[in-house]
Design a protein around this ligand. Structure first.
Ligand code: NAP
Length: 260
């Protein structure tokens, strides 16, 4: 969805209850970390379309103002996940759920993936604990557990780990979330595409899929859908899109996942 600000403003007139959306789990306000990212921005747009209020976390608030939809239901707040949980707790504010769509920026810093994709996510979970926020959606990646899946020679596993062990960093963050007691949904997408969805959603349990791609739009749908459907609670879901796959509702897909 690449909705204009005007379209979004119209859509936000609807409350979560009218949408049959946010009210399902009682969430009203959602903090999005990495809101300026290509997936994060879509998460913000779709949350607004479902009637949620959003606290959009961004490293650079000025840049976020020019890239995110302007709506009275969006508050842009500074949030660098490498900062301590106390600082992040302030950014989370009065939100009652968190979506983490961060990903390290390429730089000379080989530890960037570890700082952002592992410790950054851990900081955010700790911040949730401080605030008593009990719902956490993480956009992770297929193949994070590639070594255990016998995919150590999968080119994607190698490429994504060559720079700073990115997948290993993400797996560590996942493990922390799962031990934290927080109600989580970990979404592991395949290769991300900018183009609109071109196939139906395929959802499988953890450590099942090792290839495939998906539009960021669909990833955002799943991340926001996790807040709407309690069937997604305490689950790791792997997602790709396939043309030949049958069309199934998100509720049906989440229900089909039996967490190991
Ligand atoms: N690319 C793929 O094919 C692929 C496949 C599977 C999973 N994934 C994962 O899916 C997620 C989303 O990917 P994407 O391509 O949509 O991401 P993206 O466009 O690269 O956006 C990443 C976001 O993280 C933010 N960020 C970076 N460092 C941060 C920090 N220290 N504190 C807070 N925010 C920070 C960035 O902020 P700025 O805008 O300020 O840089 C940006 O908003 C990532 O975790 C990625 O690893 C990617």
């Amino acid at each position: 969805m690449e909705g204009s600000g005007a379209e979004i403003a119209e859509e936000v007139e609807k409350s979560p209850a009218e949408e049959g959306g946010g009210a399902a789990e009682g969430f009203k306000k959602v903090f999005v970390a990495g809101a300026t990212g290509r997936t994060g921005r879509r998460v913000v747009e779709q949350l607004l379309a479902k009637g949620f209020e959003v606290r959009a976390g961004a490293v650079d608030v000025g840049r976020a103002r020019s890239s995110l939809p302007s709506s009275s239901n969006v508050e842009i707040v500074r949030a660098d996940v490498t900062e301590p949980p106390e600082t992040l707790a302030e950014a989370i504010g009065d939100a009652d759920a968190v979506v983490c769509a961060t990903g390290f920026r390429f730089s000379w810093d080989l530890f960037a993936p570890w700082k952002v994709d592992n410790f950054g996510t851990v900081n955010l979970v700790e911040a949730c604990r401080k605030k008593g926020v009990d719902r956490f959606i993480l956009v992770s990646s297929l193949l994070v557990n590639g070594a255990a899946m016998g995919q150590i020679l999968n080119p994607a596993y190698i490429v994504l780990n060559v720079f700073g062990l990115t997948l290993v960093a993400k797996l560590q963050a996942e493990k922390f979330i799962r031990r934290s007691g927080i109600n989580y949904t970990i979404v592991r997408p395949g290769g991300l595409r900018e183009d609109p969805p071109s196939g139906n959603l395929v959802m499988e349990p953890e450590d099942t899929l090792f290839e495939g791609s998906i539009s960021r739009e669909q990833v955002a749908e799943v991340a926001v859908g996790a807040l709407l459907y309690p069937e997604s609670s305490f689950k790791v879901v792997e997602i790709v899109a396939r043309r030949e796959a049958p069309e199934r509702s998100l509720a049906e897909l989440f229900s089909s996942i039996k967490q190991r």
